[in-house]
Design a protein around this ligand. Sequence first.
Ligand code: IPE
Ligand code: IPE
Ligand code: MG
Length: 249
Amino acid sequence: MAMFFKKKQKKEFEVDYNNIPEHIAIIMDGNGRWAKKRALPRSAGHAAGAKTLDKIVRFAESIGVKYVTVYAFSTENWKRPKAEVDALMRLMIDYLDDYKRVLGGENIRIKIIGRREELSDEINEKINIVENATKDNDKITLTLAVNYGGREEITYAAGKIAQKVKNGELGADDITEETFAKELYTNYLPEPDLIIRPSGELRLSNFLLWQSAYSEFWFSDICWPDFSKDDLLKAISDFQHRNRRFGGV
Ligand code: IPE
Ligand code: IPE
Ligand code: MG
């Protein structure tokens, strides 16, 4: 009698290390579900997600990614229970306090995008310290989107343009895609080549609406705390097989 054994196969994928996307953006989703599966509080999922971020940023740096932008807290996330919002803000403070140890410090420039007004004085102070302390680091730029919403960003930019026109600094005819993009929080960043969303949701949830016009998307069912280096390589490998046309042929 013939016996057939099904050998568990490791999925193989090839990565061209000479063609690594310059800018990868990640919607760090699924922390809550990760915690629920383990009967842990949601805050434990967020803490685990922060550890995953460190691992992925260090790894991204090691393979030559120049910019990583992550969605950490949206303008809509204030709708969550106060205890969860407080835990997320506490985590943000710890992250900003600890960035040198957890991220190795030296080579990473850290930037924060989003509306500062609703963030506490303590967080604002720490943001200024970290941005200032890391501003000359040039190996990789890690941007944390905190109290960030794409619509808020675009509305805010429109307000700044209107003010410039009012002051006579800019004519109405000078408003182009380029002048507009200069008023966005992301004016120091190239547009994301690849946007990754784990956790099984297939939406942008108000992330980088303007900047994602020609980004490639990669989705996976893995919850963010479980996201591995191999998952990043798989996303990059898939990205390298896409045909980006930007509207051309
Ligand atoms: C993402 O994980 C983190 C934030 C939105 C702050 P979630 O907390 O949204 O996790 P799920 O989607 O409920 O699993
Ligand atoms: C998007 O995730 C925001 C962050 C990951 C920070 P959400 O969990 O808030 O998005 P929805 O509610 O599923 O669209
Ligand atoms: Mg979510």
